[in-house]
Design a protein around this ligand. Structure first.
Ligand SMILES: Nc1ncnc2c1ncn2[C@@H]1O[C@H](COP(=O)(O)OP(=O)(O)OP(=O)(O)O)[C@@H](O)[C@H]1O
Ligand code: SF4
Ligand SMILES: [Mg+2]
Length: 365
């Protein structure tokens, strides 16, 4: 059995403007020692999805199941969730200052984390452990730096301190929510390396949330691409990068800068913007942006279908299951399906997409 098995998770927020359907029936699982990358544009529900597992979405209405190590987290009381948070599931956020208190020494905060979950640990023991952990995550001179305040650390060091805190209780699962977005490329690479090394040492499962496919390429084993609160495509990292099926995944791949791209090459944005989660388009939520839109896409929402040859590759798209990858053959299959499946209404949508100015599209990377 997987360490975490989420099935048909739904999270919505009633607001004055209407109900925000932030997560709409998402299922996935994470195995011990593996990394699942969750990728998607801003507002696709990545943070809400993971925070809802830990009871951190106040006001959110949650349904479905999320079985972690045999316990269903959905509907669990706050006291039980509190025991799981930190101890069993640790979270690393984009901005360490949301978790590190500016007025307390870094070492003290790590000690508190350790002692909050195990009262038998003395202050001296906790301090020794904090020093050891800071050293482990690459903080130089940890015996001295343990007495620093967060503002005395650089951004990269604060993120390392957050990771030290996250691993202090040997969690079974780490949720990292855009942990490197605020860092420059070199520090980002170091932090990703560190996370990978720690994970390999301890067989921890990692959920890596990012809008950066480069991060996914570096660290993930499996990938779930999210769009408008749902999974658009799920596959191994290899299949996502080399055999994408969903036009949204394909669009993301085409919108990232390639190191081989000639200087001055422009990124190709995905036309249009993500939809409002209060007033979702009918049918496939991606249809107002999809160059392959067909008649049925306007009315029928696709479930995740098996695509490709074999294995666990799934895509929520009406295009033929064999239309995977970025080759001319795959494109011919898509074009044939579109010719057969598109009449006037879908043609009008496609024309509007083709006519939309590129500058109004969005690029994630
Ligand atoms: N408490 C809340 N009340 C109402 N709507 C909310 C609430 N929290 C989140 N949302 C909405 O849920 C949607 C999903 O948000 P979420 O933060 O999960 O996106 P995300 O994929 O993590 O985006 P980003 O990449 O910007 O972090 C957004 O439309 C957001 O406005
Ligand atoms: S279902 Fe239709 S609109 Fe949606 S991604 Fe597939 S082809 Fe595009
Ligand atoms: Mg987020």
């Amino acid at each position: 059995m997987s360490l975490l098995e989420v099935s048909d998770l739904q999270v919505s927020f009633p607001t004055a403007d209407g109900v925000v359907q932030a997560v709409r029936g998402v299922s996935f699982s994470v195995e011990r020692g593996r990394t699942l990358g969750i990728v998607g544009e801003s507002g696709s529900g990545k943070t809400v999805l993971t925070q809802s597992l830990l009871g951190l979405t106040p006001g959110g209405q949650i349904s479905g199941k999320a079985v972690f190590d045999g316990v269903n987290l959905v509907g669990l009381d706050q006291k039980s969730l509190q025991k799981i948070r930190g101890k069993e599931i640790a979270v690393i956020f984009q901005d360490p200052l949301t978790s590190l208190h500016p007025l307390y020494k870094v070492g003290w905060q790590i000690c508190e984390m350790i002692r909050a979950h195990d009262k038998s640990v003395t202050k001296a023991q906790a301090t020794e452990r904090a020093i050891e952990l800071l050293g482990h995550v690459g903080i130089p001179r940890p015996r001295e730096r343990v007495n620093d305040y967060p503002h005395q650390f650089s951004g990269g060091m604060r993120q390392r301190a957050m990771i030290a805190m996250a691993i202090s209780l040997n969690p079974k699962l780490i949720i990292a929510d855009e942990p490197t977005t605020a860092l420059d490329a070199t520090v980002q690479a170091q932090i990703l390396d560190l996370l990978l090394r720690l994970q390999q040492d301890s067989d921890t499962a990692l959920l890596m949330i990012t809008h950066d496919l480069g991060v996914v390429a570096d660290i993930a084993d499996d990938v779930m691409v999210m769009y408008a609160g749902r999974a658009a495509e799920k596959a191994t990292k290899r299949d996502i990068f080399y055999q994408p099926h969903h036009p949204y995944t394909k669009g993301l791949l085409e919108s990232i800068p390639h190191s081989s791209a000639a200087a001055g090459d422009r990124l190709r944005p995905i036309t249009g913007q993500p939809p409002s989660l209060i007033r979702l388009p009918p049918g496939c939520a991606f249809h107002p942006r999809c160059a392959y839109v067909m008649d049925r896409c306007l009315t029928d929402q696709p479930e995740l279908f098996a695509v490709g040859d074999a294995g666990e590759h799934r895509s929520a798209c009406w295009l033929p299951a064999a239309a995977i990858g970025l080759t001319d053959d795959a494109e011919r299959l898509r074009t044939r399906a579109v010719e057969a499946g598109r009449s006037q209404r879908a043609a009008q949508v496609a024309e509007a997409i083709a006519a939309a100015p590129e500058s109004e599209g969005s690029v994630i990377a």
